[in-house]
Design a protein around this ligand. Structure first.
Ligand SMILES: [Zn+2]
Ligand SMILES: [Zn+2]
Length: 381
């Protein structure tokens, strides 16, 4: 059993911690044992965890996930221990790190091809069962009740994260704000650079300006897209998009967003990013792209949700519909951190709201109501 004994520096890690546990009664803060990392896993003292729509979908039961569970999949913090037998140059005890929501298993055929975003064990074990890659969870209540982990279960004071899902955060970045690099910004990066393959001078529209939408705007700006058109129903969010580099803003409450985007792009845009996951905005996105254009679907919808696509138009106009989920953690997360360190991703502007663990209900209510202007984070330290 020696391989599962963690190398915890004596006296630095408490026996138990506060965590947000979701069970049949809802979300509650509980004291549970601090998890122990196994081989190739790190124990991270969580500084902050982002508040994301994926958690909200699970919370509302729109996306299936076992309960009881600890949600939270966008974390930053400090490595306080590594599992015994871990050999990595990527992180060391004491490092400031960000954790990606896709934690590649390093062993499946997709990981071997570099497609961390398709990792079979991440989807099969973590997203279905709430486990890590030996098929068990690191989290449990003191009475032994298993707690499923949504990614690393980041809405807790400590989290076990496979080292494949971590990247170092340089000193110039605020560690709490850096949490959003692990889901929102990584998803925006994957959508622009991988899903959309956006090139210099291409016109872009972004539907839904939240954590992911603001990231898409910034990454699109960094690759030289022009114009970048932000679409939302919230004036404050649109103002933020302009501050972050969008060239134009369309308020879908005040004008027909399809007509407005088509006009601004000059008979449509090259790439539309749909970051809401709603059938209506998905259809609007299809109507916004020019001949030969791409619609990149980034927003998750409730399981089973569909949207119509006009077949002949898609065929005749050589349009493409592309799904994009996260990014390739091992190669893209370090790149996302570099982009932030270079200033191309302005984290101080993206992270607009901050909460304590006790304010979690307030945070998710604000997210539900669209009151978080950019991204909200829960501060755990
Ligand atoms: Zn997320
Ligand atoms: Zn894998």
């Amino acid at each position: 059993m020696s391989t599962i004994e963690p190398t915890l520096p004596a006296g630095t890690v408490p026996h138990d911690m506060r965590a947000a546990v979701l069970d049949e009664h809802g979300l509650r803060i509980e004291r549970i044992p601090v998890p122990a990392p196994q081989r190739d896993e790190a124990l991270v003292r969580v500084t902050a965890c982002g508040v994301c729509h994926s958690d909200l979908h699970v919370l509302k039961g729109e996306i299936g996930f076992p309960r009881p569970a600890v949600l939270g999949h966008e974390v930053s913090g400090t490595v306080v221990a590594l599992g015994t037998g871990t050999t990595t140059e990527a992180v060391a005890v004491g490092d400031r790190v960000v954790g990606a929501f896709i934690m590649p298993c390093n062993a499946c055929v997709e990981c071997a091809r570099g497609r961390d975003d398709l990792c079979l064990r991440f989807f099969g074990l973590n997203r279905v069962e709430g486990s890590l890659y030996d098929g068990t969870s690191r989290l449990a209540r003191a009475d032994g009740t298993r707690l499923a982990m949504y990614s690393m279960g980041g809405l807790a004071e400590y989290a076990v994260v496979p080292v494949s899902g971590l990247a170092r955060v340089p000193d110039e970045l605020d560690l709490a704000s850096a949490a959003v690099l692990g889901c929102a910004v990584m998803t925006g990066f994957g959508a622009v650079r991988r899903g959309g393959g956006v090139r210099v001078g291409e016109s872009v529209a972004v539907i839904g300006i939240g954590g992911v939408g603001t990231s898409i705007v910034q990454v699109a700006r960094a690759v030289g897209a022009e114009p970048i058109i932000a679409v939302d129903v919230n004036t404050e969010k649109l103002d933020l998009a302009i501050e972050l580099g969008a060239h134009a803003a369309v308020n879908a409450r005040e004008s027909d967003p399809v007509e407005a985007v088509r006009a601004l792009g000059g008979d449509g845009v090259d790439v539309v990013f749909e970051a809401l996951g709603s059938p209506r905005t998905f259809a609007q996105g299809l109507d916004m792209i020019r001949d030969g254009g791409r619609l990149v679907a980034v927003g998750l919808a409730a399981t089973g949700q569909t949207a119509p696509v006009e077949i002949t138009r898609l065929v005749r106009r050589s349009q493409r519909v592309i799904g994009s989920y996260g990014a390739r953690t091992r190669t893209d997360l370090p790149e996302v951190v570099r982009l932030a360190a270079s200033g191309a991703i302005d984290l101080d502007r993206v992270v607009t709201d901050s909460y304590g663990l006790d304010d979690l209900e307030t945070a998710f209510a604000a997210l539900t109501d669209g009151r978080i202007r950019g991204r909200g984070v829960v501060r755990l330290a």
